[in-house]
Design a protein around this ligand. Sequence first.
Ligand SMILES: Cc1ncc(COP(=O)(O)O)c(C=O)c1O
Length: 388
Amino acid sequence: MHKKLFIPGPVDVREDVLLKMATPQIGHRSKAASALQKGISEKLQKVFYTNNTIILSTSSGSGLMEAAIRSCTRKRAAVFSVGAFGDRWYKMAKSNGVPADKFSSVAGQPTTVAMVDEALATGKYDVITVTHNETSAGIMNPVAEIGELLKSKYPEVLFLVDTVSSMGGTKIEVDAWGIDVCITSTQKCLGLPAGMAICSVTERAIIWILLNSEMKLSYDDISSILGKERSTIRAIEAAKQVENRGLYFDLVELYDYVHKKDHQYPSTPSLSHMYAMDYQLDRILAEGLENRFARHIEMANYVRDWARSNFALFVEDEKYLSNTLTTIKNTKEISVSDLNKKLAERGFEISNGYGDLKDVTFRISHMADYTLDEVKELITIINEILGL
Ligand SMILES: Cc1ncc(COP(=O)(O)O)c(C=O)c1O
């Protein structure tokens, strides 16, 4: 039996969206492929609130997280972690030989502006990474405020943000917040099948990579690639060499293709995902972004109220609650796996806690195309099973 997935990704995908994956293939070097990919980019720029370049990757979000930290770090990255996915970014840096330090928050607490300020005041870092919505803890970090700090005090530091479990479900203003590389995956708030990732990249971030690259481009070369005035380009002497950026996930290569080859990609992309994405983005924009975000908050409020009355919220300072999933403290010590077995008989699934938080918490997602009525149906069934 098909189970409705209230896990924090992959989520249920509407049947009409799934069917778009069955569109016949086209040549990936054709004009039709360029047109498809250009259309997707323009729609994604609206969802990301950005004029930056959009890059699609046939990988999950982790691929672009690795691409970003490896391609952008010249000196040292400060990785801010509030849980499993922040830790993952640190592991990626280490396993790629990228110098990095991790700054962890106490479980259930956010990354604060003060923490970032303290780390950057050392002058050791030229890149920071922040998880916007930590899917293990159900925390939404103050990315806009961190962006303000960078703009006012550390404008030379690149800002890499993981929005894997939030983009498309809550407002993330990439340009206004000064995010240099903003990464997401298809299988969460965008309501698409798993298997592709998306990022936006500022020219500023690309300038750093180009200046560091083995291509040894001059300011003028870069200016002509980017079509920008010299004055927008930063001091070359500040840049250090990035010894290698890999190949498949080289952001420069991906960026160059998008610009020079009319939105095509170096390798053959998942055209099937792109057909579904193009269609789903039309649905998202037709719903209206503000309406979509309001629907997510409405669903979140319902689950939070239920959790407060029956259990407790894992995130204590409610200012930082995630709008796209709720992590609930298992104060009644229920067996989450027994609950899920019984939910499965009724055609539903929720999620246990992640990593160290397994069994001490459980998670209910309220993202993508679910409605308040569907969330209410889930909660009613949980109440029946648990006798609440
Ligand atoms: C916050 C966050 N970051 C990164 C990832 C990794 O994304 P992917 O599984 O698409 O590689 C996930 C996956 O759940 C996530 O929730």
